[in-house]
Write a protein that binds this ligand. Structure first.
Ligand code: NOJ
Length: 736
């Protein structure tokens, strides 16, 4: 349709119809089951109005979608097709590693491929839009949703955000064969106080602008079709009802022109936030703030008509939002072809293709961080005598907390992966993932935690005997996916106690031990670090996880991942990140320990257990000194910083060469160091490569005392190295 035709359509619509377009309902409203989070009447919408909804979430399966689509089109006066949206986060049927793991690749191509695969599969099964990527910056490992972000660095996050959007949306203007992306959650949802889910966010405007907004901006530049509001308050105002944030910052400043949707019932929660007394006021605040679609609160559909009729809300505001939605439908091609999937070759056929599995396996291996490898414990030799132990050895639930559409029965366990290399391999679980009898809100995880206390005792004992009878042990431990994701905040970020017991029992009889850690967050793994010779942190690796782990265990792939989030020493340190600020009492660990009055803890170090950017390989890399092409630049100029990296080990490996900058003196406190660039290189043994970074003015800019975004003259330290702590330094000056 032309723009004029869309405007004509809008003008011919009744107010009721228009408000329908602004309403998103859950698939259960159409199946007779009733909405997931409450009785139908809570929505305050008569059932017959459901069919006027402009978009529907959470329905999957081409046939089911088509059925609901037909009913809605039929029922709507102008036969406007609905948009189908769902949470396809790290895969649809082929599940790839969770986003936090993806961040550890430091490779946009991997993010793009992930987006591409998940979108192609979901589009072939009838979906139009995914609620992804989540680009919220995260620093606090207690928060369950850190798993959905690519981590703590604004720079890495922004590059990954853009790549994900590109991958999800594909090359064509109408997202053909792909999905539209709904970037979320605007804004700063990733900084809830104390890491507690849905908690208030208190950020300075400077932090918001410097660290939190750029990844959304990157997604907007990459063309994200939609944006989702966040649940949190920001500066005490719930974002979903905040005009300054939505119209002011998101639309006017950041240039977002797409469709803005609330998070689930976030408009209704304005009442629970105690900023609106009822649904009517909540609807008013949200529409004034510029929220186009109301996801599942019913506030728009139940109260908006009244607001317009009495003149509290101008109909122009409604029209603005409806036009944006119609434009998106038009862009998706829904008016011509309401079922976008119909013509796709994959429509109605199996989606978990061998080709997709292959990519999932490669990407999974790229996300696994080798944290420790004493005595070159890994890789294992095929013929080596190894005991495989732990509740994750034969666990198929390794897809992550947000992969509802993937079938965990289709995933490859570690044992299966190892058996493809060593057919006689066996494994013993030792214990369940959770403690005996432990559930997470009534959910159990797996048969293995059906074991009673006594059975568990026996099983641990057996595992220890098994460990004692072998030369080496590989132990697969970790938190449960149920302990992560939305509603997954934890104040204890260690592995479940039963697994600690297993670790102790095995270690007591065999210290030749490697541990594989499954997690949706940075865990406190001090106990593991103390005991294991080798640690491979595999996050939630997805469908091909077991194969990818086996590839790394046996050296068919060389680890190349680097931490996208610091691994805290313990929970008391959270949030901890690489780019902390100078204080008046800064102290490095180990320094000045006799002085009480320093910025430090009495009982733990300041440094995380493993820093951001950290990760080992099966080979070694050495770095030359940093060479600058000039020691001084002036406003608008750039300089080059270069190092020569050499592979001094015995195998070919990839290294993420990282660039950190420090602004030595500025009008406001600046990060002690901050990631500003990275390049991934591949080197054969003995090979050297010169890696050159351009340092441009935008990399030096920040919000100064007057909140002007600029670089201030003075000295800067460039550090290039293998992680956020180790590197070679040089200094340059920005002159007036
Ligand atoms: C709530 C979550 O916060 C959001 O990320 C998700 O997309 C919606 N529910 C829809 O499932």
């Amino acid at each position: 349709m032309t723009e004029q035709q869309l405007v004509d359509l809008l003008q011919s619509m009744t107010l009721e119809e228009k408000i329908g377009q602004l309403t998103q309902l859950d698939g259960s409203c159409f199946s007779g089951e009733g909405p997931v989070t409450g009785p139908e009447q809570e929505l305050g919408i008569p059932k017959e109005k459901f069919l006027l909804a402009g978009s529907i979430l959470g329905v999957t399966g081409a046939d089911k979608i088509e059925q609901i689509r037909r009913i809605c089109i039929e029922a709507q006066p102008h036969h406007i097709p609905p948009i189908f949206m769902a949470d396809v986060i790290n895969g649809y049927q082929t599940i790839l590693p969770i986003p936090l793991a993806l961040g550890c690749t430091f490779e946009e191509e991997a993010a793009k491929k992930t987006g591409d695969i998940m979108a192609r599969e979901a589009a072939a099964d009838g979906l139009d839009i995914t609620f992804a990527p989540m680009v919220d910056l995260v620093k606090d490992a207690r928060w369950g949703r850190v798993m959905e972000s690519t981590g703590e660095s604004v720079y890495l996050n922004s590059r990954m955000a853009a790549a994900m959007v590109e991958g999800i949306q594909g090359e064509s203007e109408d997202f053909s064969g792909h999905l539209g992306a709904c970037t979320k959650h605007f804004a700063a949802y990733g900084a809830p106080m104390a890491g507690r889910e849905y908690c208030a966010v208190e950020l300075s405007e400077r932090s918001l602008r410097e660290e939190y907004l750029p990844s959304y901006q990157a997604a907007i530049h990459a063309g994200s079709a939609m944006m989702m509001t966040s649940f949190n308050t920001l500066d005490r105002i719930p974002v979903t009802g905040n005009e300054k944030i939505m119209r002011g910052i998101l639309r006017d400043e950041m240039g977002f022109q797409g469709v803005l949707i609330s998070d689930w019932n976030a408009i209704g929660e304005l009442i629970l936030n105690h900023v609106a007394e009822d649904k009517k006021e909540a609807a008013r605040q949200a529409v004034v703030a510029g929220v186009d679609i109301d996801m599942m609160s019913g506030c728009y559909m139940s109260r908006m008509e009244e607001l317009v009729r009495e003149g509290t809300v101008e109909e122009g505001l409604i029209d603005e939002s409806v036009l944006r939605i119609l434009k998106l439908k038009n862009r998706l091609g829904l008016f011509e072809r309401p079922n976008r999937a119909e013509k796709l070759p994959e429509y109605g056929v199996a989606l978990l293709s061998e080709e997709n599995r292959k990519v999932a396996r490669e990407i999974a291996a790229k996300t696994m961080v080798l944290l420790k490898n004493e005595e070159n414990f890994l890789p294992l030799k095929r013929e080596e005598d190894v005991a495989l132990i732990g509740p994750y050895m034969e666990e198929k639930g390794i897809l992550g907390a947000w992969s509802f559409f993937g079938d965990r029965e289709k995933s490859i366990t570690i044992l299966e992966g190892v058996r493809s290399k060593n057919p006689s391999a066996h494994a013993k679980s030792g214990c369940g993932i959770l403690n005996p009898g432990q559930t997470v809100y009534g959910f159990k995880f797996h048969e293995t935690n059906e074991m009673t206390e006594e059975e568990t005792e026996r099983s641990i004992q057996e595992a220890a005997e098994y460990a004692a009878a072998h030369k080496k042990v590989v132990l697969a431990l970790g938190e449960s996916p149920l302990q992560t994701g939305e509603g997954g905040s934890r104040a204890d970020i260690t592995i479940p106690d039963v697994q600690k017991k297993l670790l102790d029992a095995v270690y007591a009889v065999n210290q030749n031990l490697a541990v594989i850690v499954f997690a949706g967050r940075p865990l406190d793994i001090r106990a593991i670090k103390e005991k294991a010779k080798s640690i491979l942190y595999v996050w939630m690796p997805g469908t091909e996880g077991g194969n990818a782990i086996a590839d790394i265990l046996y050296g068919d792939r060389v680890p190349e991942a680097k931490l996208s989030m610091s691994l805290p020493y313990c929970v008391g340190q959270c949030p901890v990140c690489h780019n902390e600020f100078w204080t008046g009492r800064h102290v490095e660990d180990g320094e000045n320990i006799t002085n009480r009055f320093q910025s430090k803890y009495q009982d733990i170090p300041n440094a995380p257990l493993y820093p951001f950017g950290y990760g080992l390989s099966y080979t070694d890399f050495t770095y030359s000194d940093v060479e600058l092409d000039r020691a001084e630049i002036h406003e608008g100029e750039e300089l080059e910083a270069a190092v020569v990296v050499e592979n001094t080990g015995a195998v070919t490996g990839k290294e993420v060469v990282q660039l950190y900058l420090t602004d030595e003196y500025a009008s406001v406190a600046r990060p002690i160091r901050e990631l500003k660039g990275y390049q991934k290189i591949c080197l054969a043994p003995g090979e050297k490569k010169k890696v050159v970074f351009k340092i441009s003015m935008d990399m030096l800019c920040f919000y100064d005392r007057k909140m002007e975004y600029r670089a201030e003259p003075g000295s800067f330290i460039v550090r290039i190295g293998t992680d956020s702590v180790n590197g070679k330094e040089a200094r340059f000056w920005l002159r007036k």
